[in-house]
Design a protein around this ligand. Structure first.
Ligand SMILES: *Cc1c(COP(=O)(O)O)cnc(C)c1O
Length: 388
């Protein structure tokens, strides 16, 4: 098809795309340009939180769009302030910085951690420890934070000051005793790394360690795991963490670009005018949509996410083509017994289901309001593709 050729000709070669041209949809059903329909379990990598062309979200966005589309941060804008207030009230965080992507939200978190540590511990206390196999984004600093060497090759030198550890508290303790440390930065479920939840024992050890080392900040990257995806508003709630800084992006925009960096009481005044900024950050159209999304992530929706996640997991774990199902809520990673995850994803596309991969797993990030019958139908397609 012409557009596949034009894409190869004009788009920088960073993406290995499936030969699929998605043109429209409704909720968890999407159509390609041939009119073939798919059940969407990928949501554009966890972005279309309430599915495609969701009416409530679209109304919130278009209402704002018809008033004013952009103001810049020279002036006040209500949707941005409303969203910040909602986030603070729901999480107990104190202040928010808005940007446009997960990568920027983590950049801001790193800047906040460094500045806080420089002012409170000393300018040489800037090391940040992250976990091996983590993923924190594509900028040179977020790549440095990302604990996967293959992302680093040929992009040297990266931002200095990052160290990586296994999920082993002794290793963390040793690194912190040998290095002047500002923060420990984690995902509670490694997303790109293969849908790997934090080990409970390690999480408890880390909480104790941080309790005893109050000068070391905890930064939690909720870019993928946040906004109801795991059956809690943020996945750190499953582990009882109280982050000093938390970031999110992907799903909270409902399909429009946004990055969120949340600062706890301790760090709420770390930034002064000029310390950070973003031309589009807090864009009123995006924020009006995000307010709608956040308001709909209530207890009822969260318990439905948990219930549907359990239902799908139970379906999948009992299948003979599947080795293991990891994850929490509607963030699942399926390990096929004898097949490559990428081959299963291709077979699913043939049979009308869109899924993602993460390392050796098939990764599912469906809409949080996906109807149960669609989830079951898609589950059957995945089971068949893993067995075949
Ligand atoms: C996707 C992702 C990012 C990067 O987000 P972008 O919006 O692509 O910049 C960072 N951290 C995690 C955990 C992610 O899943």
């Amino acid at each position: 098809m012409q557009i596949f050729e034009d894409d190869k000709k004009y788009i920088a070669g960073t993406y290995a795309r499936f030969e699929l041209d998605l043109v429209k949809g409704k909720g968890s059903l999407i159509q390609d340009s041939n009119g073939k329909e798919y059940i969407d379990l990928g949501t554009g990598i966890g972005v279309n939180l309430f599915g495609v062309a969701d009416e409530e979200w679209r109304n919130a966005v278009t209402d704002q769009l018809s008033k004013i589309q952009h103001t810049s941060n020279l002036y006040y804008n209500e949707p941005c302030i409303k969203l910040a207030e909602l986030l603070c009230k729901r999480t107990g965080m104190s202040k928010i910085f808005f940007s446009n992507s997960g990568a920027e939200s983590n950049e801001c978190a790193i800047k906040a951690a460094r500045k806080y540590s420089a002012e409170n511990n000393g300018a040489d206390y800037y090391k940040i420890i992250t976990l091996w196999n983590s993923f924190h984004g594509r900028t040179l600093t977020d790549l440095a934070a990302t604990g996967q060497d293959h992302y680093h090759e040929l992009f040297q030198p990266l931002t200095p000051g990052f160290l990586h550890a296994n999920q082993d508290i002794n290793e963390i303790e040793k690194l912190c005793s040998e290095n002047k440390t500002a923060a420990i930065m984690i995902e509670c479920i490694q997303g790109e790394g293969g849908v790997i939840p934090l080990d409970k024992k390690f999480a408890d050890d880390l909480k104790k360690f941080l309790e005893a080392h109050k000068n070391i900040l905890l930064v939690i990257d909720e870019v993928q795991t946040g906004n109801g995806r795991t059956g809690k508003l943020f996945s750190y709630e499953h582990f009882g963490f109280k982050p000093d800084i938390a970031t999110t992006a992907k799903g909270i925009g409902g399909g429009l670009p946004i990055g969120v960096t949340m600062l706890s009481e301790k760090l709420k005044d770390v930034f002064k005018p000029g310390d950070n900024g973003s031309t589009f950050g807090g864009n009123p159209v995006v924020c009006a949509g995000a307010c709608n999304i956040l308001n709909r992530i209530d207890e009822k929706l969260l318990s439905e996410v948990t219930r549907k996640g359990e239902m799908l997991r139970n379906m999948l774990v009992n299948s003979k083509g599947i080795d293991d199902v990891a994850g929490i809520g509607l963030m699942l990673g399926i390990k096929p017994k004898n097949k490559k995850a990428s081959d299963v994803v291709k077979a699913c596309i043939n049979d009308g289901v869109l899924c993602l991969t993460a390392k050796d797993r098939i990764r599912l990030l469906p809409a949080v309001n996906i109807p149960e019958d669609l989830l079951k139908r898609a589950g059957e397609v995945i089971i068949k593709a893993c067995e075949a």
